[in-house]
Write a protein of this length. Sequence first.
Length: 263
Amino acid sequence: MTEDRNFDDIAHKFAKNIYGSDKGEIRQVIVWEDLQQILNTVKGPKQQLNVLDAGGGLAQMSQKLAKLGHHVALCDLSSEMLLLAEQDIAKNGLLEQYRFIHSPVQSIEQHLASPVDLVLFHAVMEWLADPKSALEKVLQQVKPGGMASVMFYNHHGLVYKNVVCGNIPHVLDGMPHRKRFKLQPQKGLKPEEVYQWIENAGFSICGKSGIRCFSDYIGNMEYMGDYQYEDVLALERQLCRQEPYLSLGRYIHVWAQKKDKQD
């Protein structure tokens, strides 16, 4: 990938297909459970936090934080995504909690007066030419003792999905990106590498969840067992934080706390 992906051209389609679906709902449920643990770590429910939603798109997750009284700086490369987000935030009566920043995440320090208590960096790295440096820049914006919530498209999940679908030659060929899938990320990231990047940036990893460890691999076979969406969600919630299922999630959510300067 030679340049970062800007979603100006398909912002409305992105909003509908990614968030207006059962897959999007599963992602939101699992990540919000994790964020509640994060808030407990930084005593969020008892005080107003300064939150950076880096590459935040439509701000689904950060709006949940804004509803609790936290202040959010929403940064995105796409002006169209920011416009859609602002409309939704206004509809929900949360404009006073937000500041909108039209900028690549790599330049975010130019727009922040001070470090933040919590940064959200969700489903961004897989669209970037240099995900490691972008992650490092975002993590630099967190104050000592603050938290980072990072979600990324999982290389292992991408391999497994292709195998389940019978795309064996595609996997053996190294899974070159198929341009016709505009909403499919360019590539997955290897979890072990991302965890190392986070730790090298001075953070201690506190927890991990697999996002859609099962739902994306359920086929459309005629004679499958009977189940409802609620059953799939219950299965995800029950097992998504346990190995080996965690590492097979289509996305992985990892959260970490920045060490104090004296450490």
